[in-house]
Write a new protein. Structure first.
Length: 197
């Protein structure tokens, strides 16, 4: 992926440029004091692989975030997930050490790691965040699918009953194949159990 130079800084992606512009807006309205791009390198995070987060953001409410920006198809999922898991489970004291090495005091400050993505509908959100409306729609779709499947099964059961009732009524039970007869016996057995409950 080609690098992008913006305002004298060379970024790895357009997504990083967009996040830098977003941070500038937060600086302008006083929510963020300052931020750094590619602020530090954490060695041997996953095996011998070092990790350089995209941004270090110092908020005005005594919060410091080590931020990774990610799109959807721009990285190796296996490697990225290993790094994400390692960063989430990294000791806060260990993370503070790297922040302090960049000249930022972490005294009385919360230091956290965060991976973010951008959604047109909601702006910058945590990477693992899911739209509750989408979840609700998915849940509704699953319920509708189950109801449809249930109706289908009920119809098949009625057809099944009519089919075998005809054979028994007409005295043609002996004409059933061995598989059909076993199926019919199993059906009668299950129906009998249900009626006994």
């Amino acid at each position: 992926m080609p690098k992008i130079t913006h305002n004298g800084v060379t970024y790895d992606s357009q997504l990083e440029v967009d996040y830098a512009e977003y941070l500038k807006e937060l600086v302008a309205n006083g929510k963020v004091l300052t931020y750094l791009y590619h602020p530090m390198s954490i060695p041997n995070l996953v095996g011998k692989r070092s990790y350089t987060p995209d941004f270090l953001v110092v908020y005005s409410d005594n919060r410091i975030e080590v931020v990774e920006t990610k799109g959807f198809n721009q990285f190796s999922y296996m490697v990225d997930n290993q790094i994400h898991y390692a960063m989430k489970n990294l000791s806060k004291d260990y993370l503070k050490e790297y922040v302090e090495e960049n000249g930022f005091s972490t005294r009385d400050k919360e230091v956290v790691y965060r991976k973010v993505k951008y959604l047109k509908s909601h702006g910058w959100v945590d990477f693992e965040w899911k739209n509750p409306n989408t979840l609700a729609n998915n849940r509704k779709s699953k319920i509708e699918a189950l109801e449809k499947e249930n109706k289908t099964l009920k119809k098949e059961l009625k057809d099944f009953e009519r089919f075998f009732s005809y054979y028994v009524k007409m005295g043609k039970y002996k004409d059933l194949t061995k598989a059909q007869a076993q199926w019919f016996n199993d059906f009668i057995y299950e129906r009998t159990k249900d009626q006994e409950k």
